[in-house]
Design a protein around this ligand. Structure first.
Ligand SMILES: Nc1ncnc2c1ncn2[C@@H]1O[C@H](COP(=O)(O)OP(=O)(O)O)[C@@H](O)[C@H]1O
Ligand SMILES: [Mg+2]
Length: 661
């Protein structure tokens, strides 16, 4: 090689390095992927650059993994080519000048080639040369102008000298022999994707793999369709250098943009989180209760303004501090002790209509307080939520309502009392006057008149007694009461009254329970006797001659009264669930007494009103019997209900807790 040739070679190398330098400088100034691709393709095609006629870029689609056409630069016809080149030549642009120029910046208009390449998608097919190229990192020089069908495939291997494979391919296995870079010449059209061949519309082109480290980025294709200049090994040598630079720039930009997208998604998420936090806080703030959340160390982790006001501190100064720094008592019970209990037993606790004493200060306000165990996540230990509601106004209203009700009842009572007393008084007055007149006239006193007076006085006495019972003025003393004996006594007492009307009182079930005489309750014998007699007397009152009054006693409330009227079996009316069993968890054993007579209550309204004071259907009734009975049963922690139907008559059920002796 002559000295001139060597100088020319070096000048060429210098020029191409200069081009690379200019491209890399411009690429470094932007993070816009489209612009970077355009700079690279312009560098490849501009006369002052590598001067190829056309350049095409395909990138690997991250979803489909196909090679997708991304950008193309080059004239779409020979005429067009001359026009563009002459224009650039006129302006005498250098590559650097052109990349910096407004024309490059503003050139939005898409060429026909560029528009078309975006529709091309080359699916993964390892037999196709374009994919092989990406696989082994070796450029392919294609010439399918003289393709013979079934001819030789990969024909010759060209070696491009003087470039270190490690420099070019990074970690890609360099297919080099003797430190030389290989270019494979292809002349079999079958190895070119048909869509690509049709798009290229020119049989000679070169495929350069774009690989950044081991990551396949895409493919650069160049050709010289319009001046038909052969692509030389020197061209390929520099295209490889450019390809490597392009691959890493493209990859870095993609990573950067992904990162930017992630950051913006993250900041959106952050905004949403903040919004949710605000939203939740607003909810907690807007409900008219005080809320405190404490962790297992009694540290306040959350509370609302209302709570701050209640404790007498700013909400902010309360959060993060120990709640036991404050002395808070609920009706004398320490709140801290209760929190401890709720956390330890993992069970909610409620205090209703209570007073609070906070840091030594007691108010007249009344509160409902609920403590609930709380765990924020699986990992975090248990804490508690305390909800405090000021119910002072509600309680005041309730009391006022209660008073009003009492007053109205009092009014009704007075009217009935007056009415009830007036009738016997008129009778007594009338008969007493008659006795006096007869006495003055010297006539014999009619003993019948005196008996009427005595009867009416008895009636007056009864009314007064019942009113006194209703008004609860009779003292109630509790002791152990043998309910078996008491029941027998009452039944025998009632039997005497029933016999006069040929009414039969029979035990349908559970007679052994009263005969064994071993059931006890804690209560007042007198009051219970009154309650039981009221029920039995009402049953007698409601019965016609030769009717039957049926009694059933049970201590489990289930099968023993299976067929008893009111048990709910066989489509009957039934009692509420409290009568379906006695042994619910945590409850003492109990006795249920059922009393049935065949007369039914005339309608549903009767059943509703039957326990109300002064409800009576009897001419001489007071309507207080059942009201008093219900009150007595409830004073003994029991319950009473009634069930009535035409088929089964009326059944009363009384439930009382038994003593465990
Ligand atoms: N076993 C029963 N069968 C049918 N009706 C009854 C029975 N017990 C009570 N009643 C109805 O309930 C009303 C209220 O009873 P009660 O409160 O004892 O007052 P009184 O017996 O003075 O009428 C009775 O008047 C009667 O109509
Ligand atoms: Mg009665």
């Amino acid at each position: 090689m002559s000295a001139e040739d060597i100088i020319k070679d070096y000048q060429d190398i210098l020029r191409q390095y200069n081009i690379l330098n200019q491209i890399s400088k411009t690429v470094a100034s932007t993070l816009d992927l489209n612009k970077i691709l355009k700079i690279i393709l312009t560098g490849v095609t501009l006369g002052d650059g590598f001067g190829f006629n056309r350049a095409f870029l395909f990138l690997i689609d991250r979803h489909s993994k196909n090679l997708k056409g991304r950008m193309a630069i080059g004239p779409s016809s020979a005429d067009d080519a001359w026009k563009v080149w002459s224009e650039i030549q006129d302006k005498n642009y250098s590559l650097e000048e052109f990349l910096d120029s407004e024309r490059f910046e503003n050139e939005q208009q898409l060429s026909f080639l560029d528009e078309k390449i975006r529709n091309i998608s080359i699916p993964v097919d390892i037999n196709m040369v374009i994919w092989k190229c990406l696989e082994d990192g070796i450029p392919r020089n294609i010439d399918i102008s003289s393709t013979v069908p079934g001819g030789e495939n990969e024909a010759t291997i060209n070696s491009v000298k003087e470039i270190e494979p490690a420099v070019l391919f990074g970690e890609v296995k360099a297919p080099a022999q003797d430190n030389l870079i290989q270019v494979i010449n292809i002349n079999d059209a079958a190895l070119i994707d048909a869509e690509l061949a049709e798009y290229m519309d020119y049989p000679k082109f070169c495929i350069i793999p774009l690989i950044s480290r081991t990551k396949k980025v895409g493919i650069l294709i160049v050709d010289n369709k319009y001046n038909q200049r052969e692509i030389t090994p020197d061209d390929i040598k520099f295209l490889l250098l450019l390809g490597q630079f392009a691959a890493s720039s493209i990859r870095n930009t993609i990573i950067y943009n992904d990162l930017k997208d992630s950051i913006s998604a993250l900041s959106k998420l952050n905004m949403k989180l903040n919004y949710l936090k605000d939203y939740n806080e607003k909810i907690i703030e807007s409900i008219p209760v005080s809320i405190i959340v404490v962790d297992h160390n009694f540290t306040v982790t959350q509370c609302n303004e209302n709570c701050g006001k209640l404790i007498g501190f700013e909400k902010e100064t309360f959060i993060g501090k120990q709640i036991n720094a404050h002395e808070i008592f609920i009706d004398g019970v320490s709140l801290i002790d209760e929190i401890f209990k709720v956390i330890r037993e993992n069970k909610a606790e409620g205090f209703y209509k209570v007073n609070m004493k906070i840091n030594g200060e007691k108010t007249d306000e009344i509160f409902d307080i609920i403590l609930v165990p709380f765990r924020f996540s699986e990992e975090s230990p248990e804490g508690a939520v305390i909800i405090i509601e000021n119910v002072t106004n509600t309680v005041r209203l309730e009391t006022e309502l209660g008073n009003a009700k009492k007053l109205s009842q009092l009014g009704k009572l007075s009217a009935t009392v007056a009415h009830e007393i007036r009738n016997p008084l008129i009778a007594i007055g009338g008969y007493a006057a008659r006795v006096k007149r007869k006495f003055l006239e010297g006539e014999q006193t009619d003993i019948g008149n005196l008996e009427i007076i005595i009867e009416e006085v008895k009636r007056l006495e009864r009314i007064v007694n019942e009113i006194l019972d209703f008004a609860a003025s009779r003292e109630i003393k509790f002791s152990h009461v043998n309910i078996s004996n008491l029941l027998l006594e009452c039944i025998n007492f009632a039997k005497a009254a029933a016999e006069q009307n040929n009414i039969d009182i029979v035990f349908e079930c559970g007679s052994e329970l009263v005969e064994n005489a071993n059931l006890h309750v804690f209560g007042s014998r007198d009051h219970l006797k009154q309650a039981l007699l009221n029920i039995l007397n009402n049953a007698i009152d409601a019965s016609s001659k030769r009717d039957k009054i049926r009694i059933c006693i049970t201590t489990d409330g289930k099968d023993s009264y299976y067929d008893f009227p009111g048990s709910g079996h066989g489509g009957q009316e039934s009692f509420s669930s409290i009568f379906s069993g006695c042994r619910t968890e945590g409850e003492p054993e109990c006795i249920i007494i059922y009393v049935n007579n065949s007369a039914s209550l005339s309608n549903r309204e009767d059943i509703k009103n039957i326990f109300l004071p002064f409800y009576t259907t009897k001419t001489k009734g007071t309507g207080l019997g059942l009201t008093i009975t219900k009150k007595i049963i409830e004073q003994h922690s029991g319950a009473i209900e009634v069930c009535s139907s035409i088929e089964n008559g009326t059944t009363f059920a009384i439930k009382l807790p038994l003593l465990d002796i």
